[in-house]
Design a protein around this ligand. Structure first.
Ligand SMILES: [Zn+2]
Length: 286
């Protein structure tokens, strides 16, 4: 999310510079720029993706329990209370692994348009980033909310907006949300046999890798395999090494690069791990 804003900011600056160089009346252009730019930024805070950070939230009320702050449209207190029950359960599912809680701002979006202006994919039931969780009430299971919360928690814990490679970030989120419906091991085995299995999943990291990840989901329609495979990879880590070891690994991401921390915790590289996991899937029997 931060990178997206950064890219937009850069575009705006470059475009302003181009406008300045082309402008005939440079003084007037500058005045227009200095009035127009703060106005756009103000709108981003009041009604756009930075809404959650804005001290003024027009038409919204606040419901707060412990670390969760829920911003909901003014008159929907019943909807907000129902959602808060789910949020608390989802928070508890996260607490079991993260062993701590971070401030969790949540914005209720009532429509596709709301999701879009808040910077989320409009048709999603919810999204999570380092800034906030945006959710559509009634569209999210508690498990899926827990998934989105994990994204924010991992970002908060590591202090990075891309806290880990996608396979681990998504896999951990799905593991915490108990989202085992994507793929069973025997289904992933069929994907491996029919070459749908993502042998290149480790490359999908960083900004560029995340773009590939999004392309695979939205254009290649490979979301089921990617999320299922990620979930089963992380579940394999938990089953083989135990919750404490994975927890210590997650904690060590605070001060270490992912690759280095992985080797230290599990005694092998990610490549070696993927090979081991692939063998497990290949030889899986019910
Ligand atoms: Zn996710």
């Amino acid at each position: 999310m931060i990178y997206l804003f950064g890219a937009i900011a850069l575009l705006v600056i470059l475009d302003s510079l181009r406008g300045y160089l082309k402008a005939k009346n440079k003084k007037r252009y500058l005045i227009q720029l200095f009035v127009g730019l703060p106005l756009i930024i103000l709108l981003l805070f009041l009604f756009g993706p930075l809404f959650v950070l804005s001290p003024i939230k027009i038409g919204y009320s606040t419901l707060k329990t412990d670390n969760i702050t829920l911003y909901y449209p003014g008159n929907s207190i019943d909807m907000a209370k129902d959602t808060m029950i789910q949020l608390k359960q989802a928070d508890e599912m996260n607490r079991q692994l993260y062993k701590t809680t971070y401030p969790m701002p949540v914005v209720l979006a009532k429509s596709e348009f709301d999701m879009l202006r808040l910077g989320s994919y409009p048709y999603a039931g919810g999204t999570g980033s380092e800034l906030t969780i945006n959710i559509r009430p009634g569209r999210m299971t508690t498990g899926r909310i827990a998934h989105e919360m994990s994204h924010r928690n991992l970002a908060m814990l590591t202090g990075k907006s891309i806290p880990s490679p996608n396979w681990f970030n998504e896999g951990l989120a799905s593991y915490i949300g108990k989202m085992d419906a994507y793929k069973k091991p025997n289904e992933l085995q069929a994907d491996l046999r029919d070459r749908r299995y993502a042998r290149d999943i480790l490359n999908m990291r960083g900004i560029l890798g995340s773009a590939i990840w999004l392309k695979k989901i939205n254009i290649d329609k490979a979301g089921g395999v990617l999320y299922g495979q990620s979930y089963l990879m992380v579940k394999y880590l938990f089953d083989k090494y135990g919750q404490d070891k994975v927890y210590n690994f997650v904690q060590s991401l605070k001060n270490n690069d992912f690759e280095k921390a992985f080797i230290q915790s599990f005694g092998m590289t990610e490549e070696q791990f993927l090979q081991e996991f692939t063998n497990y899937i290949q030889n899986y029997t019910d």
